[in-house]
Design a protein around this ligand. Structure first.
Ligand SMILES: *Cc1c(COP(=O)(O)O)cnc(C)c1O
Length: 255
């Protein structure tokens, strides 16, 4: 009795808290976007390592898109939660996990395509296991800081090759959406108006758009650097901490 009362009380507190942080992040983004004349910024809440109950709270509040970093965690959450959620995979992608990911019917986007092989694998698995589901929206991940330990591409030849694949008739179950980057810690925490990593991503967009006659979207900006990203023309900011609070270590997280 007492325990269930405490549980209910706690989940109602969590609800108030999450709805309030979500709304204040959303308001901050919208007002900054308006100030900077960027009329097309989407907020992607990043729910990695946070429980499904948190996602359900925001779902009940009307939110339908969430970002996840780990394939198994995304699969488990997708099974537990409503089927009209649009899942975005934003984590490091391994070739041998493309198949499991493509099987998730309501997987909306994979934002971290960093090789032609993975793009093809995703397409192949989607056409085989979910032929009637919507195409997976794909972002090519660019390593804008060229830091060795970061994933993403920075060679023009490789980037163009992937874009060509997405634009070819072979890409039946994947669709090119845009480019994505993770700003390096240093540039994100420099107090500059302009973030060099984001400027580099914009350069790549310009190059690709010119060569292929595309209109790529940009996914850049997280809790610590979303203002710079909005100022530099992003189409999507991916926010975890500012909405859900700090994350537990991966081995202590529970779904
Ligand atoms: C975790 C993560 C985010 C969210 O980061 P916060 O700093 O918590 O807002 C955004 N993008 C990617 C790729 C991430 O891995």
């Amino acid at each position: 009795m007492l325990l269930s009362f405490t549980k209910r009380k706690m989940s109602s507190l969590r609800k108030d808290q999450l709805v309030s942080t979500y709304e204040s992040v959303k308001a901050a983004i919208d007002s900054y976007a308006e100030e900077k004349g960027n009329s097309d910024v989407k907020l992607l809440p990043v729910s990695k390592l946070k429980p499904a109950s948190d996602i359900q709270i925001l779902y009940d509040h009307g939110v339908r898109s969430f970002g996840e970093n780990y394939v198994q965690e995304l699969i488990t959450k997708a099974e537990m939660l409503p089927k009209d959620i649009q899942w975005h995979f934003i984590g490091g992608l391994q070739t041998n996990k493309c198949k499991d990911l493509a099987k998730v019917e309501n997987l909306y986007a994979v934002e971290t395509i960093d090789s032609l092989k993975k793009a093809k694998k995703l397409n192949e698995a989607r056409s085989k296991f979910q032929p009637d589901a919507r195409k997976i929206m794909c972002n090519v991940q660019i390593n804008t800081s060229e830091e060795g330990q970061k994933s993403g591409l920075f060679e023009e030849k490789e980037i163009f090759e992937i874009i060509e694949f997405f634009l070819s008739a072979a890409a039946t179950h994947v669709e090119l959406n845009g480019l994505m980057t993770i700003g390096s810690w240093d540039t994100s925490h420099a107090a500059n108006e302009v973030n060099d990593d984001f400027a580099t991503l914009c350069q790549w967009k310009k190059k690709v758009d010119q060569k292929f006659n595309t209109q790529l979207k940009l996914s850049m900006g997280m809790s610590s650097d979303f203002k710079q990203a909005i100022n530099q023309g992003t189409s999507e900011v991916r926010i975890g901490t500012d909405i859900f609070g700090s994350r537990p270590p991966r081995n202590e997280a529970s779904i």
